[in-house]
Design a protein. Sequence first.
Length: 273
Amino acid sequence: MTALGQMAHGLRVFAGDIADGFFEITHNGFALLGLTVVLAGAVLVARPDLREVGESRLTNWLQARQHAALGGILPELDAIDRATAINPNDLPKQQAAVAFWLSRKYRVAPEPLSALVAEAYEIGAKTKLDPTLILAVMAIESGFNPFAQSPVGAQGLMQVMTRVHSDKYESFGGRLAAFDPVSNLRVGVKVLQECIQRAGSVQAGLKFYVGAANLPDDGGYAEKVLSEHQRLQQVASGRAVPVTTAPAIRTLAPTKPALPEAEPAEEKLASLS
């Protein structure tokens, strides 16, 4: 074998030794890594407190990364749970028709309106009140603005006098629940139900609800509600009802049905203006 051949052979042997050594190191490294993972898993199983700490730190790290990526806005993956909204296409056909019609007329997004329509139908079945009547009251009272407030303090979708009916909000966490759409709807329906039962008819009950029980007339309030109620009944039955300009929101505040005379007469008259 020539000197050149011996050199080439030596290089091949040297390269082979390096490759074998690298393989051995890599093999042992993977084995060591696997052993480390197994041991770490065993420790986490035996020490759940360490696992919880690790999960918490990892979660905080991921949230911090996402926080930075959003420019300082803290993400809340469960924020959707606070939203009062559903897909109108998930509603029964009748309810969906009502939701879309109200959405067009009052220029409110159909998703939150769909949630209110579904709630009105559910609570209407429980209270024996027509759900379209409930929605008509809501439409005339606030135009579906959950943050509406009248000059005399009626608040929310159903324009309930929060200071008068604060006891009814206790089951919902307190008076600030007046601005939660569903809570306000449920309390408003309770007040409306009491008014109708006391007055003996829907039309007379609406006069009680608006706070005009002791006044000669209700300023056309009951007529507005019943007209909207009739239109909603037609929409629910599948009829094509044209969308007209939404009526003006009333400013007369309801009184407590059990004590309609408790509200000063001058306050009622002032709210009619």
